[in-house]
Design a protein around this ligand. Structure first.
Ligand SMILES: Nc1nc(=O)c2c([nH]1)NC[C@@H]1CN(c3ccc(C(=O)N[C@@H](CCC(=O)O)C(=O)O)cc3)C=[N+]21
Length: 293
């Protein structure tokens, strides 16, 4: 058996074309959504990610506001730029590219982001609203994973999701999304303190591997027919991406999200969706009622 592909590239393209229609609608009402990015330092990987986000924006008609600071920037300088983005009416949503340089208090920076402009869904107010089931930007990677499953007809209701990794961008928040009533999965969160990872993986209908540990999910850990999504980004000696999922898993699983080409493009598409939805809220064309679960 060879798994079917959860094609993140094609699915992200479909979402982007739908967003382009919504952006055109907003523009006809005189509102142009604008994504701001703040990149601190000269990490080549981060520069590439940020460039990709602005390329996506151009494709759907979202304006770009690019701010960059040197790796030596102080906490005060970074916070000053965040305040500028909060004030800038052209910037309807923005992200602070992570990780920030050593010595910077990331939590304090994220706290300053105007909740109405948080495009990542990673600022404290957005994460709090996720807990409370109130409308707010959703974290892009978990929301991208959900969209990828839904658009391929993978059932989440009653499914057992096992997540590997408790990082801020995926593991910590994905369970809050997948246990919402309209998603209705049962969620297990595994981390380095988990005693028997294989046992936790073998019961899963859906596996999300976001540990940053090369090939930590092996074929013998996967229930036949399960959906396996690889979020891991490690690099081998030659700089090639190595995921958290062993390639042999494709022989056992029912669905696999390739890496690259799976969750990464979805993360970017759902970032754009957050920017569009924030602009819609700011323009008063989107209801802000509680989404009681
Ligand atoms: N505030 C903030 N928000 C983020 O969302 C954020 C961040 N900081 N810091 C870094 C991580 C990483 N991340 C990726 C998004 C897309 C791809 C992606 O599209 N990857 C392509 C391949 C790209 C390549 O070849 O390098 C793919 O999977 O097909 C990768 C990584 C967002 N992040």
């Amino acid at each position: 058996m060879t798994a079917q592909i959860l094609d993140g590239k094609a699915t992200a393209a479909a979402i982007k074309s739908e967003l382009a229609t919504r952006v055109a609608e907003l523009k006809s009402r005189g509102v142009t959504p604008g994504l701001g990015t703040l990149l601190v330092g000269d990490d080549v990987g981060s520069q590439k990610y940020v460039a990709g986000k602005h390329r996506d924006c151009a494709q759907v008609g979202i304006a770009s506001i690019q701010r960059e600071l040197p790796a030596t920037a102080t906490q005060e300088k970074i916070e000053a730029v965040v305040r500028e983005l909060n004030e800038d009416p052209a910037c309807t949503g923005y992200i602070v590219q992570l990780p920030l340089p050593k010595g910077i208090d990331t939590g304090r920076v994220l706290e300053l982001i105007d909740p109405a402009k948080d495009a990542d869904g990673l600022a404290p107010m957005s994460l709090g609203k996720l807990v409370l089931n109130q409308e707010a930007a959703l974290p892009c990677t978990p929301n991208g994973i959900l969209a990828l499953l839904r658009r391929h007809g993978v059932e989440t209701k009653g499914a057992h999701l096992t997540v590997v990794g408790r990082g801020m961008t995926v593991g910590r928040s994905i369970g809050l999304l997948f246990t919402r009533r309209e998603v209705n999965a049962t969620v297990t969160l595994c981390h380095t303190g988990t005693r028997d990872l294989s046992a936790q993986l073998r019961q899963a209908d859906i596996i999300v591997a976001a540990a940053g540990a090369p090939h930590i999910v092996r074929p013998e850990d996967v229930k036949p027919g399960a959906a396996v999504l690889d979020v891991g980004v490690s690099r081998d000696e030659s700089g090639k991406i190595v995921g958290d999922v062993h390639p042999g898993v494709a022989e056992v699983a029912g669905w696999v999200a390739p890496n690259p080409g799976g969750v990464g493009p979805m993360t970017r598409a759902l970032l754009l969706q957050n920017v569009v939805e924030a602009a819609e809220r700011q323009a008063g064309v989107r209801d802000t009622a509680d989404h009681a679960g």
